[in-house]
Design a protein around this ligand. Structure first.
Ligand SMILES: NC(=O)c1ccc[n+]([C@@H]2O[C@H](COP(=O)([O-])OP(=O)(O)OC[C@H]3O[C@@H](n4cnc5c(N)ncnc54)[C@H](O)[C@@H]3O)[C@@H](O)[C@H]2O)c1
Length: 345
């Protein structure tokens, strides 16, 4: 730590560039280094962030004593191996989503974090979207009453080019992506579903490959049962041209809330003094998405979170055990589709 600021590094310069930008702009960190095996990406990053060190070799990166925190932004099936090696070298880490693609490899991240005495956060940044806190608060405070059911749908679109447009072809493969529309594009919404609805009990699912030349699925549909007795329908796809909304809806015995990814769309609570007026106010405040956020959201929020957890000494917003919950649900959905049976969690 230099002058009270954390030395930050980013490994993998695809979405990793969003981490680099956030660390570069942070008042509590210095962007010390970036690392990628792809020369073009590495030199582009060094041009953007002059004065930053560039590494093409991970061992050299983790040997750098100026680095306190590394964002691990490699293909999903590589997260655990590299996060574990970084933590063993004494580095704190922010791991991109999903934490990894198997529970064993995710558990290795959790165990190494504990044995190395470093901090580890997972980048499930949709929890920081402006509309999420009011929804979570309404549920946790009981204003929505007993949670009865939910409806979650990720109706996205990805072209064939998207799957090839990387120096390291891994998207849409079981071995490195761990799945398709569910494991990659929708793990944020799996996380939000369990965060809002509570602990799941079982899933009953189908998966299809409808419209892409990839190994994995591009469509899933599930009925999720929760231990509370609540139920949710959950759909994911990368076939919904041209890319439609993400639906996040929760219905309770005392009200209904519907949202898009970062916008509140409907807010009807029975205990309100003036239901229509409250809805108007809530939609005005939280209906315009993250552009109206007062503090950092998205990747910037996750980068600030790991920096403050290291400097101020608190747990990150999404520690490994928390990120393992969405991974376990995604894996159960694949198992249910494969076995054509309900899978207990
Ligand atoms: N949080 C989000 O919203 C979000 C968004 C996009 C991607 N992601 C996640 O981020 C991860 C990366 O996704 P991406 O789209 O940036 O992939 P990408 O393929 O575009 O980038 C990965 C980079 O890692 C580099 N790389 C591979 N092996 C390396 C090694 N051994 N050492 C150094 N560099 C190496 C590649 O050259 C490439 O530049 C995935 O896990 C993905 O799920 C998260």
């Amino acid at each position: 730590m230099k002058n009270g600021k954390a030395g930050y590094a980013v490994l993998g310069l695809g979405v990793g560039m969003a981490h680099a930008e956030a660390a570069f702009k942070s008042e509590r960190a210095d962007l010390v280094a970036v690392c990628d095996t792809d020369e073009k990406r590495l030199s582009a990053a060094l041009e953007t962030y002059s004065g930053t060190k560039g590494y093409s070799n991970f061992d050299d990166l983790i040997a750098d004593p100026e680095i306190d925190i590394i964002s691990i932004c490699l293909p999903s099936g590589m997260h655990s191996e590299y996060a574990v090696r970084a933590m063993r070298a004494g580095k704190n880490v922010l791991v991109e989503k999903p934490i990894d693609i198997s529970l064993e490899k995710a558990a290795a991240i959790d165990e190494t974090m504990r044995s190395s005495g470093v901090r580890c956060g997972v980048c499930l940044q949709n929890r920081t979207n402006v509309n999420m806190k009011p929804i979570k608060d309404a549920i946790d405070s009981g204003r929505l009453g007993r949670i009865l059911f939910g409806s979650f749908a990720v109706k996205w679109y990805r072209t064939g080019k998207y799957f090839r447009d990387t120096p390291f072809p891994w998207r849409g493969t079981w071995g490195m992506d761990g799945g398709g529309s569910l494991m990659n594009q929708s793990i944020h919404t799996v996380d939000l579903m369990q965060w809002l609805m509570g602990e799941p009990e079982s899933v009953t699912s189908v998966c299809e490959l409808y419209d892409h030349n990839i190994e994995t699925e591009d469509y899933t549909a599930s009925i999720v049962r929760f231990k509370s007795g609540a139920t949710a329908t959950f759909t994911t796809t990368t076939c919904a041209y041209p890319g439609l909304a993400t639906e996040i809806s929760v219905y309770g015995s005392r009200g209904s809330i519907e949202a898009d990814a970062d916008r509140l769309k409907l807010w009807k609570l029975r205990d309100s003094d003036d239901r229509d007026e409250e809805e108007r106010e809530m939609l005005q405040k939280f209906g315009n998405g993250n552009s109206s956020a007062e503090g950092p959201v998205g990747h910037a929020a996750m980068v600030e979170d790991i920096i403050s957890s290291v400097i101020d000494g608190h747990d990150p917003m999404v520690p490994p055990k928390e990120a393992m919950k969405s991974l376990a649900i995604a894996l159960a959905i694949y198992e249910s589709a494969r076995t054509k049976k309900t899978v207990l969690l």
